[in-house]
Write a protein that binds this ligand. Sequence first.
Ligand SMILES: Cc1cc2nc3c(=O)[nH]c(=O)nc-3n(C[C@H](O)[C@H](O)[C@H](O)COP(=O)(O)O)c2cc1C
Length: 466
Amino acid sequence: MRGSNMQICVLNGSPKGETSVTMQYVRFLELANPDHSFVTRHISRKIVAIEKKPEEWEEICSAIRSADLILWATPVYFQHVPAQYKRFIELLLERNTRDLFAGKYAASLSTSVHFFDQKVHEYLQGISEDLGMNYAGSFSAAMNDLFEEKNQHQLVLFGMDILSACNEKRPELPAYPPLPTGSAKYTPGTISPVETHGKQVLILHDAGPGSNLEAMVRQMTCAFPDAKSVHLNETGMKGGCLGCCQCAFDNHCVYSDGFCSFWKSQVEQADIIIYAGSVRDRYLSASWKQFFDRSFFLGHVPRFENKQQVLMVEGPLARVPGLRENLTSLLGGGNLVDIITDEPKNPDFIDECIRSVVERAVQASLDGYKKPPMFPAVAGHIVLRDAVWGDLRPIFRADHRYYKKHGLYDFPQYQYRKRLSRFFFSLMMGFGPVQKKVKPMMSKHMVQSYARIFSESKVLKEAQRP
Ligand SMILES: Cc1cc2nc3c(=O)[nH]c(=O)nc-3n(C[C@H](O)[C@H](O)[C@H](O)COP(=O)(O)O)c2cc1C
């Protein structure tokens, strides 16, 4: 877009700094807009210095201060922004930087394989609005989009749109109301222990001293006296995922800080896992995010297979439906028994919820119960399956082996018998006279085969047994 020079402050969320895929999209935008100045700060790569060194922090603040437009540019890591970026956003809110941002325009740009990419943009819009900015729009590119001219064209149009929003002071409607602060103090009552029948229980948390979360974790350990309760500080993590993807070959992480052995000895061995965290801005803490990102050493395989899982959340989860949706779909492969929060004002009611959820978790573990997947899990599986089979396969070799071994390549084109019967069925249905006969009986036909299930099902007979 031609016109008066504007300054765009790009806050790069990729821990790979300049050699990041996302940065190539930013570079393209920059080249397409020679009349404007792009100033990039590599947030995730430098997060430790930004947090610890006042001069680094001040330097970022001054780049933000001089900008007309803030561009959040980030890869999608584990259905959200990378942990290092999340920490930066926490710092922005902790250090009361609203005045730096208020009234400016913001936009977000991500690259990904389109697995929960929408969550990143919802989040960044919410954060932009929390910081008093006018959010002008998002652009979610697939990693390789830039190789096609039609996508390059769309990126140029996105750039024009956000620059003109900023230039013309376009009105932008906020989408995410501010979150309430503070919650009623939860003082737990007595709770009796639950028989676990030998099931291994792991409680993972990041509770701060004196918090409601700490009280909820304590209550959970009373219900599960044999459970292992581990603070995220004790999981061995010495830093965030670097996004280097070296683990893709053989599930071996470049860090040798003890996290992977913690995962193998504790997380993998557990039958029931309780995840306890607090709503921090519009997600859980950066430590939780780091925990999830670091599990990427396992690639794109469902890592919580056969586990019963409970989420225990401190904070206004009901006011952040996007977070609830994100957390629900995060724990791939396992069964989410329920989500407990400290939102009810009545502590006895919270105790009853905890008591009920631990009983249900044990029962579900004994029964091997798993709720059927819903749209996010079903669609997510297809996205990852196609990505692992396609572009990712040469590098994500461990994933490919796992997908082959565990039958996760469930493409319709492999179902030879079904394809054959569908072929003849479809041939028949192509004839007008057949269609005329079938149409009035459609509903009846659709349930016809279920009658056989009701009369023959062994499972039904078993359930009916007195
Ligand atoms: C640790 C990690 C987690 C990822 N998680 C997701 C994800 O949840 N959804 C997705 O679509 N892509 C995911 N990806 C793929 C990246 O979003 C994609 O490769 C992106 O282009 C990387 O950008 P960068 O080079 O700027 O870091 C993940 C990649 C890594 C390394």
